[in-house]
Design a protein. Structure first.
Length: 208
C-alpha cells in the first residue's frame, strides 16, 4: 500500500517501539525504513505484531540530516512533517530592504536575526537573508555605505529587520515582489530538518 504520509500521520500516531532500520539515498529521494509495532494498520489488524514501513521523501533539497540518525533510539520522538506554507521563516524571500544611511550597530541586526532563527528551529542562518553576511567583516563593511541593500526575506524577517532599523533611527525602504507560493513540505527528524516535494508511506497491509 502507498499512502500520503501527511494523511497517515493525521489519522494515526507513531507508536513505540518503532525504530529506523535503514536510511538510503537515491538521487534526490530519501527513504527511511522503519520496523516495529504495526501502528500504521487499520484498527482490525494486529498492531502489536512486528512490521515494516517505508517513509519515502521525494525532491529533498534544503536542510540537514544529522549523521548517525539511524542509531539514535529517540530520533523519531520529534518526527514531524507539515506544509512549508505553515512555516513563516521558510516562505519565499519576497521582501527586500534598502537602507539610505549607514547602520550605527550592524551586529545588533545580525544577532537579532540569528536569535530569531534559533528560536524558530530554522536551518537557515543570517547569511541566507542578510547581504554579505556569510562573512561578518563583509556584512559590516556593506552596512557602512551611505546606501545599500540590507537583505531580503519573508514577511517575518522583514518585520524583524525593519523594527531594528527603526530602533537605530536608520532611513530605509522596502520592495515587495510577489513570488510563487511554496508547495513543499518541512520534515523534522532527530534534531535534523529538511525540505522535500513529496512524502509517502509504503507498507504491506495486513490481510483482513
Amino acid at each position: 500500500m502507498r499512502i500520503d504520509l501527511l494523511d497517515l500521520l493525521a489519522d494515526r500516531e507513531i507508536v513505540h517501539p518503532t525504530r529506523i532500520s535503514a536510511v538510503t539515498w537515491a538521487g534526490s529521494e530519501l527513504v527511511l525504513s522503519l520496523t516495529g509495532y504495526r501502528w500504521w494498520e487499520q484498527a482490525y489488524a494486529d498492531r502489536r505484531a512486528d512490521g515494516a514501513i517505508r517513509f519515502v521523501f521525494g525532491g529533498v533539497a534544503d536542510g540537514t540530516l544529522r549523521p548517525g540518525v539511524m542509531d539514535d533510539d529517540e530520533a523519531l520522538e520529534d518526527f514531524a512533517i507539515r506544509p512549508i506554507t505553515d512555516v513563516a521563516w521558510a516562505q519565499p524571500a519576497d521582501w527586500s530592504i534598502y537602507c539610505s544611511a549607514a547602520l550605527p550597530d550592524p551586529m545588533a541586526i545580525y544577532v537579532s536575526l540569528h536569535d530569531f532563527l534559533a528560536r524558530e528551529g530554522a536551518f537557515y542562518t543570517p547569511a541566507d537573508f542578510l547581504n554579505g553576511a556569510a562573512e561578518i567583516s563583509r556584512f559590516t563593511a556593506i552596512t557602512q555605505a551611505p546606501g545599500f541593500m540590507l537583505g531580503s526575506g519573508p514577511d517575518c524577517v522583514r518585520a524583524l529587520l525593519c523594527a531594528e532599523l527603526e530602533r537605530q533611527g536608520v532611513r530605509f525602504s522596502v520592495v515587495h515582489t510577489m513570488r510563487d507560493v511554496e508547495s513543499r513540505l518541512l520534515v523534522r527528524l532527530g534534531g535534523s530538518s529538511f525540505v522535500c516535494d513529496t512524502a509517502v508511506a509504503e507498507f504491506e497491509a495486513a490481510a483482513g
